[in-house]
Design a protein around this ligand. Structure first.
Ligand SMILES: Cc1ncc(COP(=O)(O)O)c(C=O)c1O
Length: 423
């Protein structure tokens, strides 16, 4: 029987994570393998700009990561005991991110943000958190909250199955809007436990905030005694070794990490100053535990990735690839008469069919999503796997060499030509 029919019979919607459903296509992609910048799929070879939603920065099947993992496998792959390697990885993270003095390794970004929020509540003994419209922090109850209209919205659940009473404690505020944020902090008052933010928003297209916005987050949380959590699950080790906090020079109290840190293996981490981190069990009263926490295979992969990133070379290649893609898209879109905005920072980029800039989630909502999905579908036929939604981001890696990028831009030219003639 056809794999898609089999998949639909065993998985709700035929997939194990909604972002893989690719609803604008007749059927989702089926992966057969991957190497360097390429995905091998049932549609043939594709240059991969999704990069597992940002989980890899050294390309697929990177030899250094693979060797580290193979070495670990020969010594067994789970002990549920302390290892030297996890200490070494934590020391590396600390050396690059001065805001982090102590760390807890978990398995996903979702666990990282859930536990960071719990820790912030335990630390402040307060219960309300502020999150931003257009930011995504994983799929747990505290943060699956939709904004209604108005500046600050006391949350309503985005998903069925979340008690309204839980998300009442989550206030949603427009991203990159200092005034709305300051007003919300005032409204919440002394119940504010934490503010959680993506320091560059990578889950609503790509939104690069003003530095003033990030500074306001720091100042207001400091003033009110709330905990500032930067969710660097995407930006950690992608915007450089010191993450977005280093890039923008704003120091959070807690940082959540994932994706790049695991080199494509499941990982999450959260860390911060000693005073707050020492509240975690077994030292303190805030509970977190996990059979797979600091899994040796993910830790081995993470060490290999960081060692490679420390040479600086992967950033040079990956960042240059994203820059060239961004300029190339502007150029080709202009030639075919499309109004396109391209946002890019380090090895992340996204395009929007719209005029004017993209600074807020409202700006993203004003772009032509239909055209984006049409381009995505056409580009697949020309060998490119672009971010599969207007609300996702393209990620380049150190495997996206100049040659690969030139080839991709040639395919984009064909794709835009076809898009034009399809209108
Ligand atoms: C900023 C951010 N935080 C948290 C998460 C959740 O991470 P995970 O999918 O590993 O649970 C994601 C996932 O896309 C993310 O982009």
């Amino acid at each position: 029987m056809d794999i898609w029919e089999r998949a639909k019979a065993v998985f709700p919607g035929g997939v194990n994570s909604p972002a893989r459903a690719l609803k604008h296509l007749a059927r989702p992609l089926v992966a057969l393998g991957a190497d360097g910048p390429y995905l091998y799929t049932d549609r043939g070879r594709l240059v991969d700009f999704c990069s597992a939603f940002g989980a890899i920065i050294l390309g697929h099947n990177n030899p250094r990561v693979r060797e580290a993992v193979e070495r670990q496998l020969r010594s067994g792959w789970i002990y549920a005991l302390l290892t030297e390697q996890e200490v070494a990885l934590a020391e590396k993270i600390r050396s690059h991110m001065p805001s982090i003095r102590k760390i807890r390794f978990v398995n996903t970004g979702t666990e990282a943000t859930m536990n960071a929020i719990r820790l912030a509540r335990g630390y402040t003994k307060r219960d309300v958190i502020i999150k931003f419209d257009g930011n995504f922090h994983g799929s747990h109850d505290y943060v699956l909250v939709k904004a209604g209209s108005g500046a600050a919205t006391w949350g309503i659940p985005t998903s069925a199955g979340i008690p309204a009473d839980v998300v009442k404690l989550t206030v949603v505020v427009p991203y990159n809007d200092v005034e709305a944020f300051v007003r919300a902090v005032r409204e919440v008052g002394d119940r504010l436990a934490a503010v959680i933010a993506e320091p560059v928003a990578g889950n609503y297209g790509l939104i690069i905030p003003d530095k003033e916005f990030l500074k306001a987050l720091r100042e207001e949380t400091e003033r009110t005694g709330a905990v500032l959590i930067f969710d660097e699950v995407i930006t950690g080790f992608r915007l450089g070794l010191s993450g977005a906090q280093g890039h923008f020079g704003v120091r959070p109290d807690l940082t959540t990490l994932g994706k790049v840190l695991g080199g494509g293996f499941p990982i999450g981490a959260f860390g911060g100053g000693e005073e707050i981190m020492d509240l975690l069990a077994p030292q303190g009263p805030v509970y977190n535990a996990g059979t797979y926490n600091a899994h040796p295979v993910s830790i081995a992969a993470g060490l290999a990735v960081l060692e490679e990133l420390e040479t600086g070379r992967p950033y040079e290649v990956a960042n240059k690839a994203a820059e060239r893609m961004a300029r190339g898209i502007e150029d080709v879109a202009g030639r075919y008469g499309f109004d396109v905005v391209v946002k890019q920072i380090s090895s992340m980029f996204q395009l929007y069919f719209k005029r004017g800039d993209v600074k807020t989630p409202d700006d993203v909502r004003r772009s032509d999503e239909r055209l984006y999905l049409k381009l995505h579908e056409i580009a697949l036929r020309h060998g490119l796997y672009l971010a599969p939604s207007q609300y996702e981001v393209n990620f380049t890696t150190s495997a996206h060499t100049q040659e690969v990028v030139e080839w991709a831009l040639g395919s984009l030219e064909k794709s835009f030509r076809e898009l034009k003639s399809a209108l």
